[in-house]
Design a protein around this ligand. Structure first.
Ligand SMILES: [Zn+2]
Length: 258
């Protein structure tokens, strides 16, 4: 299996992912533009077998109907996406492990907070966790907003399901917000060397959205929402001996106004 991360050049900076399988079929995650996906599949001689939507927001599902009409593919998503996700045909449960290719599986995570119909997917290669598709739950150096979800629920999802992941796991988010999020980190932690080093990479002329991937270990080094014990962040927020939950909620509120 090969993972292609496609930047869609829109104002929301979405990523669509294509998983090309050994039998020349493909899985598409969060199709932004059906025509763009068809062009990619045809250029790579792939047939679409399955669409996976991380959640129900339109910018993650708007390619569904046209792709379904063309390929009669399956559409997988959270059960709470029923009635909202076009052509939904299979609902997935937390803990399911789905074999998708020789040596490769997807493990389903139920990850509420950004919305209540949000799934993330861990990629297993020969039973080792190597990557995770995070939709709008975890971004590079940030987390999703909660305007159609709940901040406290997102805190639980991040702390219980992502903070505990192995550092080597590669993060594939739903949007490219890396530069803005790194600037958010540096607003609280100006001397964070990892954030400064990554910002230098992102502002370099050769950077293209999707040309750099972070790992969970990288996120722990510069993602404020995974650094809730950090004394510099706590001091910047002017909180007195806050709990991790209080730091997360304060950061999320600040990010909403950023
Ligand atoms: Zn969303």
């Amino acid at each position: 299996m090969k993972i292609y991360q496609i930047y869609t050049h829109n104002d929301l900076r979405n990523f669509t992912y294509v998983l090309a399988l050994a039998d020349q079929t493909a899985i598409v995650i969060d199709p932004w533009d059906a025509n763009e996906v068809v062009g990619f599949l045809e250029a790579n001689q792939l047939t679409l077998k399955t669409i996976i939507n991380t959640h129900e927001h339109w910018d993650h599902t708007q390619g569904n109907q046209a792709l379904f009409d063309r390929y009669q593919c399956q559409v997988w998503a959270h059960a709470n996406g029923k009635g909202k996700i076009p052509a939904l045909s299979r609902t997935l449960e937390a803990g399911e492990v789905i074999s998708i290719d020789t040596d490769f599986q997807l493990k389903v995570l139920d990850t509420p907070g950004h919305t209540f119909a949000h799934l993330c997917f861990v990629v297993l290669k020969q039973n080792a966790e190597i990557a995770v598709f995070t939709g709008d739950t975890l971004f590079n150096a940030g987390v999703g907003h909660c305007r159609s979800g709940d901040e406290l629920t997102l805190y639980k999802t991040i702390s219980e399901q992502f903070q505990t992941m192995d550092n080597s796991i590669v993060v594939y988010p739903g949007h490219d917000y890396l530069e803005n999020n790194l600037r958010f980190t540096l607003n609280f932690e100006p001397n964070n060397s990892a954030a400064n080093a990554w910002l230098n990479k992102v502002v370099a002329p050769e950077y293209q959205p999707g040309s750099l991937q972070t790992t969970i270990g990288d996120e722990k080094s510069f993602n404020t929402f995974m650094r809730l014990d950090n004394p510099t962040i706590i001091a910047s927020l002017k909180l007195e001996q806050p709990s991790n939950k209080e730091v997360f909620l304060a950061l999320r509120a600040r990010r909403d106004r950023w």
